[in-house]
Design a protein around this ligand. Sequence first.
Ligand SMILES: N[C@@H](CCC(=O)N[C@@H](CS)C(=O)NCC(=O)O)C(=O)O
Length: 201
Amino acid sequence: MKLFFKPGACSLSPHIVMLETGLDFTLVRVDTAAGLTEQQEDYRQINPKGKVPALQFDDGTVLTEGVAIVQYLADQKPDRQLLAPLNTLARYQTLAWLNYISAELHKSFSPLFGDAAPKAYKTALRQQIVEKLAWVDSELHDNQWLLGLHFTVADAYLFTVMRWAKSLQLDIHSFASLEAWFQRVAARPHVAAALAAEGLS
Ligand SMILES: N[C@@H](CCC(=O)N[C@@H](CS)C(=O)NCC(=O)O)C(=O)O
């Protein structure tokens, strides 16, 4: 399998999950602005949406969308407990987190990284994200991981967007449970390995 990524982008989430599963894969860097892989392939031939992440199987088939990729990967190695089994409530609670992180957090960050959005819109988005992270912080008061006992695919995804919150210097300093959780995730060897492989440590 090949995992197409851009350093620090949302592709960090499946990259972490891939390392946590122990599956064999090749990491391929993409310059999304140029639309080229590191081998100078036209990336839109691989993912016509032009976005990372994408997972390409050995037969050439491609799976896109981070939340789909992490579920696929986690299901290949159920013993790693990165995603609860089918038909358990815990699985659907994990999917609820993935959806929340994708729809409510991830896409609120996107305009903050470019110059196109007006300043007032960016200020409002920053405030909305902080309010949502206050709720996430409260969910972590009594939990080591988002789903309680186990590190899951949801923790990998939230960690990825929390790195953006920090780089954008959002006002999250009072969220002690969230910060403690962030440090727990960062201390996992596979998370450190993913960051190092992306040149982020
Ligand atoms: N819905 C897609 C969104 C993917 C996405 O927005 N990827 C961003 C990075 S986080 C991207 O590739 N942006 C293109 C760019 O940065 O040029 C998913 O969740 O996988």
